[in-house]
Design a protein around this ligand. Structure first.
Ligand code: NDP
Length: 330
């Protein structure tokens, strides 16, 4: 298992965590023992460490929080059978004893197991909620998304394409930009770290941006507000440019939003849990047919979780960040 050694300052580092060996716990009646197959690494974990996210604060010595795709190894619970796959809170550990509260079954027939943490899991539902429930873009609209090569952004952009939009993605490297057009079929990819980014953004959307799906906040949001179409929609989904910061962010000029008469829509994925089954029905079919694609950034073994999490928070992950902990069994 992996414990927090000290709360990170700025970008998380491997030395902020301690890896230790772990005894296999015993379930009692009404419980089951589950083995982690894939551990999910997500940006919200950085906010948890900073005490700025839902859930109790994390202190040095605590097992690092996190959700996983697990397989039940032994069951003393009448409602859960051995071999079943679930997504649940496990922390960064290999073994978990649980009563099954707050777990969600994953049917391996609908997609590869790891997709339960990405395109067919919480990040996919976040994209669906932002596109299909909040923004509802129309065919022919220009749809812009940031952190576009990650699981939320890549899925949101592809859902907007399926809805008939012209899709522009913003990402932080040439490699990620290549994936946006070649793997995900976006119309245009822009590297926000390139020196001519502001000009490229203007030329990529000469008629303005109808919907901006914002995963980043800060200066990038401000740059996009200046090219938003009048009456354009902004979905406020994430603020990753601020998660490693110590203090509150320096001010954002929301006057730009007012000038554009923007409708700002704020997204919390948990408000949309009731749409998960509807999303899964459509998305799993699209994943199977290749219409909805995904990338994964895999690390091997729980020991690699701290460095893989640091990679994610540096922006070096290409695709859904996860750790392969146990073998996938049928
Ligand atoms: P990603 O795999 O996309 O990882 C985060 C990416 O963000 C990095 O790879 C990096 O890519 C980019 N990034 C990091 N720092 C910066 C920065 N300073 N400026 C611009 N981009 C940066 O993560 P997810 O797809 O899982 O999550 C994307 C966003 O969605 C996050 O903000 C997350 O918090 C949010 N979210 C919100 C939910 C909600 O309910 N509202 C639910 C789930 C996720 P790059 O190289 O492109 O910079």
């Amino acid at each position: 298992m992996v414990r927090v050694a000290r709360l990170p300052v700025g970008l998380p580092r491997e030395t902020d965590f301690i890896v230790s060996s772990e005894a296999v716990p015993e379930p009692t009646d009404g419980e089951f023992l589950a083995r982690t197959v894939h551990l999910s690494l997500d940006p919200y974990l950085r906010s948890r460490l900073a005490g700025r996210h839902l859930g109790p604060p994390v202190a040095p010595g605590d097992v690092m929080p996190g959700r996983s795709l697990v397989q039940i190894a032994q069951s003393r619970h009448t409602g859960f059978g051995e071999g079943e796959y679930l997504v649940m809170e496990t922390g960064w550990s290999e073994w978990t004893v649980s009563s099954g509260r707050d777990s969600r079954r994953f049917n391996p027939a609908i997609g590869p197991l790891s997709t339960a943490l990405g395109v067919l899991g919480m990040p996919g539902l976040t994209a669906w909620a932002g596109v299909a429930e909040l923004a509802r873009p129309r065919p022919g609209d220009t749809f812009l998304v940031s952190a576009a090569a990650g699981p939320v952004g890549a899925t949101a952009g592809q859902l907007a394409r399926i809805a008939g939009c012209r899709v522009i993605g913003i990402a932080g490297s040439e490699e990620k930009c290549r994936h946006l057009t070649e793997t995900f079929g976006f119309d245009v990819a822009l590297n926000y770290k390139a020196p001519d980014f502001t000009n490229s953004l203007r030329s990529a959307c000469p008629e303005g941006v109808d919907t901006y799906f914002d995963n980043v906040g800060g200066g990038l949001l401000e740059a996009v507000l200046s090219v938003l179409s009048p009456g354009g929609t902004v979905v406020l989904c994430g603020l990753i440019s601020q998660y490693n910061a110590e203090g509150p962010p320096s001010g954002l000029n929301l006057g730009l939003a007012i000038a554009r008469r923007a409708r700002l829509l704020s997204l919390v994925v948990h408000d949309h849990e009731d749409k998960y089954d509807a999303y899964l029905r459509r998305a799993s079919e699209w994943v199977r047919s290749g219409r909805l694609r995904y990338l994964e950034d895999r690390a091997d073994g729980l020991k690699a979780a701290p460095s893989a999490f640091a990679r994610l928070m540096r922006g070096d992950n290409v695709g859904k960040a996860l750790v392969v902990v146990g073998a996938e069994r049928g």
